[in-house]
Design a binder for this molecule. Structure first.
Ligand SMILES: [Cu+2]
Length: 167
């Protein structure tokens, strides 16, 4: 049994560690035009320990949901809200167009590209404990990774001409 004192001393560090439990890579949302009510958000989530993404919150959206996309019995792609996405320890879970994604609905403002919006991601740890992380999502028409100028390997290739070639 740990003493109460030790527990209190550890609390600060523990809370910090909890907040960094899930690595969010390449977060992006599609831009919108004025009047458009909804858009999708994507990212790759890797949790250190077993956890779940149970919700999101964004100031720009009246309603924020976690969605999945599935082909129904008649062969039509449909998306629907789901209560949670499982994040098994150490496994990268990709939220992407056509699959699991975040949905921002009832948008209060247009989201111009090349801006960012903060999204609060709500997680639940294996022990049931809730925690949140605020993530800055890039507003981009497609994944910023795909947007990199690349006809070959995006990582190793230096911008030899293509990047500098502007009209
Ligand atoms: Cu959706």
């Amino acid at each position: 049994m740990k003493t109460k004192l030790a527990g209190i001393a550890l609390l600060g560090t523990f809370a910090l560690a909890q907040a960094q439990t899930v690595t969010v890579q390449n977060p992006w949302v599609r831009p919108t035009v004025p009047g458009q009510k909804g858009t999708g958000g994507f990212a790759t989530l890797t949790s250190k320990d077993d956890a779940q993404l149970v919700g999101i919150r964004a100031a720009v959206a009246g309603v924020s949901e976690v969605h999945e996309m599935k082909v129904d019995a008649s062969g039509t792609m449909r998306m629907s809200a789901i209560p949670a996405i499982d994040l098994p320890a150490g496994k990268a879970v990709e939220l992407k167009p056509g699959g699991l994604h975040l949905m921002l609905l009832d948008l209060k403002t247009a989201l111009p590209k090349d801006t960012t919006i903060p999204v609060v991601m709500q997680f639940k740890a294996k022990d049931g404990k809730a925690f949140e992380q605020t993530v800055s999502f890039a507003v981009s028409p497609r994944s910023p990774l795909q947007a990199a100028p690349s006809s070959g390997a995006a990582s190793a290739s230096a911008p030899t001409g293509a990047g500098a070639h502007k009209h």
